[in-house]
Design a protein around this ligand. Structure first.
Ligand code: PLP
Length: 371
């Protein structure tokens, strides 16, 4: 039995009767740009994030880039972030005219280490971007204690963490609630995925929301009147309609991912070479990825490939070692936890539609490798 890493066709079969009519309504109205579905989705995603405003845009990458542009970075301005993330997090800093400053991650959750953030702050620090990696929130309360007294804005990269939550002082706080702004991606493979590219920024800062709405429309609040230079980065109405139709399923899909994760982690207790993901007890993980540390990872990958089991390494090269950032001067060994994670992590199939037989097959193949 082959088990793919992701099976969007299986998901399509369960929702097509809801999504196709929603798309057809957009087609029949011919309102492809900034149609009513965009505003409706913005309101829904803001509510989910316990934030005031949602600003749809073209991708998760733009959802990071637009707020960074709104900071008016000047050459030499620094933005602190993690090197163990998808490239877009740091690419957006560079494209907004800033310099990414990488600090290492915590070895258990793989999220940015707040103590390392504090050590990296300089008078040029203009923002901090934590990434809620694989669907588990960063310890936002620890970051806020560092950032707030210094008035440094936090941009949450929640591209992998829509709907994730964390208890802080006994209360559930949502991804998107505590940062200055938060970026979401609707890339098709995400827990809430469009049928193409899409993204959204949420914020409770009224002025920021207004500015971001301008920036995504060439910087003009009024048509043909430009207060500043922005760009074209809108969320497509067709994609908003797809996402609105899928949104009522999101909580159940993420719960199913958690159930699969429990099943794997339970089974891996008797495979000592596999170290299941560590969930911080304060967090409700949404398991965008189920990622383990695996001994002899590269050999295990070859075995999984031979047996038809989908898998991936997110991410094989930390960003401080990428050739495009060589000029920043980081050396091998400068971010030991990120470098170790890049050598050891392996993501396994976790999509909601997986059957118990498929999960059991993945576990059997892994057990067979270490036997
Ligand atoms: C952590 C992270 N940041 C940013 C992005 C960029 O999102 P997009 O692919 O929608 O541009 C992604 C997703 O691919 C991501 O996983």
């Amino acid at each position: 039995m082959n088990v793919p890493l992701l099976d969007l066709v299986a998901q399509y079969a369960t929702i097509k009767d809801e999504v196709l009519p929603a798309m057809l309504r957009v087609v029949e109205a011919q309102q492809f740009i900034m149609g009513p579905a965009v505003r409706q989705l913005e309101a829904e995603i803001a509510r989910l994030s316990q934030a005031k405003h949602g600003v749809g845009c073209a991708s998760g990458t733009d959802a990071l880039l637009l707020p960074l542009k709104a900071l008016n970075l000047r050459p030499g301005d620094e933005v602190i972030t993690t090197p163990f993330t998808f490239f877009a997090t740091a690419g957006a800093v560079h494209n907004a005219g800033g310099t990414p400053v990488f600090v290492d991650i915590e070895p258990d959750t793989w999220n940015i280490d707040p103590a390392a953030v504090e050590r990296a702050i300089t008078p040029r620090t203009r923002a901090i971007i934590p990434v809620h990696l694989y669907g588990q929130m960063t310890a936002m309360e620890r970051l806020l204690r560092i950032a707030q007294p210094r008035r440094i804005p936090i941009i949450e990269d929640a591209c992998q963490a829509i709907g994730a939550r964390r208890t802080i002082d006994g209360e559930w706080r949502a991804a998107g609630e505590l940062g200055w702004v938060t970026a979401y991606s609707f890339f098709p493979s995400k827990n809430l995925g469009a049928w193409g590219d899409g993204g959204m920024i949420v914020t409770s800062d009224d002025a920021a929301a207004e500015r971001l709405r301008r920036l995504r429309l060439h910087g003009g609040a009024k048509q043909y009147h430009h207060d500043e230079v922005g760009t074209n980065s809108r969320l497509d109405t067709l994609q908003a309609a797809v996402l609105l139709a899928k949104l009522p399923h999101l909580a159940a899909w993420s719960a199913m991912r958690r159930e699969h994760a429990d099943y794997y982690s339970q089974a891996f207790t008797d495979i000592p070479q596999i170290h299941p993901p560590v969930v911080d007890p304060a967090n409700e993980h949404i398991f965008h990825q189920y990622t383990v540390r695996a001994e002899r990872r590269d050999e295990l990958q070859a075995h999984l490939k031979k047996e038809g089991i989908g898998h991936a390494v997110y991410y094989p090269m930390p960003l401080h070692r990428q050739p495009c950032f060589a000029h920043l001067g980081y050396k091998d060994g400068s971010m030991p936890q990120s470098e170790r994670a890049a050598r050891e992590v392996l993501s396994l199939p976790i999509y909601p539609e997986l059957t118990r037989a498929q999960l059991a097959r993945v576990i059997d193949v892994i057990r067979g490798f270490y036997r």
